[in-house]
Design a protein around this ligand. Structure first.
Ligand code: NAD
Length: 351
């Protein structure tokens, strides 16, 4: 039996179709009575409808959530929170909106109810990434962790197929790295494998029919599990490379995860196939190559070149990634990481 220490964050998870109707009750359960509803401009109509449903429990809607949580947007949101005498936030949206809720909570101790509409997983982590003048910083803390998550698959039915696929692969990346985490545990491995299994089942069905309600339910269940793994254990080479590329080149978050996943997992698998065995068994016996075939089969993006990355950028990116590495079961060397980036740039199947 492996030696381990397991610790996890508290979580209140409300799951199921129609559960968004319980938002007011969840707000009141937290001892709050005036919720500031958060969203992106794109999801304004859904947030407005939610606020109307909340009636007197809604203090207003703030609709300027933005990718990478810029501190200037947070400052405006905190002003609105105070001006409207809000006493909690309800974040309806993907990781960007959840990030804004966390940023408000970090400054005001506002309790948070999150209603995720993508598979990013941020809602079950105590991690907040923020940007100030283009520089991204990350912090962690109990005050950042949302108190309640309402997973209502009704709200994911509108997520376009392409974004569903990249967002689902983003979730799978949390689980795939969770199985070899330095601080992993058998419970997190169970969650990771179950999360991967659920998304392996659901994403091909969503790719064919984004209105497949059963697949949507399974995908959101998988996303919860994968997100919980992200929140519970340390991530490694995959997340490091995504942060390096995302930060340096401002690449789209979910697509970058989707493209790199087979290559980073293949990189670890080459040295430590034993650690990746639970993932390999779900994907035809090989984790890296299997994830590549899976992604190709659901028409996920496969090439960094398609995101506008040039071959000339790969050398400096490899240098940056190994300069300040995260813990990894296979030590990062610049040449090997350069080869990983080359393969991801060209969309080659991992060996
Ligand atoms: P996102 O939140 O930026 O959403 C992308 C777009 O899709 C937005 O315009 C949004 O309004 C729209 N959208 C979301 N759900 C929709 C739906 N159901 N129907 C139609 N449109 C919908 O994308 P994301 O990938 O969820 O989040 C990415 C951000 O989350 C990044 O900034 C990333 O750093 C952060 N993140 C943080 C953590 C963490 O633990 N701190 C974890 C994962 C991601």
């Amino acid at each position: 039996m492996q030696r381990f220490t397991h610790s996890s964050w508290p979580a209140r998870i409300v799951f199921g179709r129609g559960k968004v109707a319980e938002t007011a009750a969840e707000v009141q359960r937290l001892g709050a009575c005036r919720a500031l509803v958060l969203c992106t401009p794109h999801q304004r109509a859904e947030a407005q409808a939610l606020a109307e449903g909340l009636g007197p429990v809604a203090a207003g809607v703030f609709d300027a959530a933005t990718m990478h949580t810029p501190v200037a947007v947070t400052a405006c949101a905190v002003e609105a929170y105070a001006a409207l005498r809000a006493d909690c936030v309800v974040a309806l949206g993907g990781g960007s909106t959840t990030g804004l809720g966390k940023a408000i909570a970090a400054r005001t101790c506002a309790p948070q109810v999150v209603i995720p509409t993508t598979y990013a997983g941020s809602e079950v982590t105590a991690i907040l990434g923020e940007t100030d003048a283009g520089v991204k910083t990350t912090r962690r803390g109990a005050e950042i962790l949302p108190e309640v998550v309402i997973y209502d698959p009704d709200l994911t039915d509108t997520l376009p197929a392409a974004l569903s696929i990249t967002s689902g692969l983003n979730a799978m990346a949390h689980a795939a790295e969770g199985v070899y985490a330095e601080d992993g545990s058998p419970i997190f491995t169970l969650m990771a494998v179950e999360g991967l299994r659920a998304l392996r089942e659901a994403l091909p069905a969503i790719a064919v029919d984004p209105a497949d309600r059963e697949a949507r339910d399974v995908a959101l269940y998988g996303a919860w599990l994968c997100g919980t793994v992200l929140g519970g254990v340390g991530m490694s080479v995959h997340h490091k490379l995504c942060h390096t590329l995302g930060g340096s080149l401002n690449l789209p978050h979910a697509e970058t995860h989707a493209i790199l996943l087979p290559h980073t997992i293949g990189f670890v698998e080459e040295a430590r196939p034993d650690l990746l065995a639970p993932v390999a068994s779900l994907f035809g016996g090989r984790a890296g190559a299997g994830l590549h075939d899976f992604a190709a089969g659901i028409r996920a993006p496969l090439r960094l070149a398609d995101l506008g990355v040039t071959e000339a950028q790969l050398d400096p990116l490899a240098a940056e990634a190994v300069a300040n590495p995260y813990w990894c079961p296979r030590p990062l060397d610049r040449q090997a990481i350069r080869a990983v980036l080359q393969n991801a740039w060209a969309g080659e199947r991992p060996r």
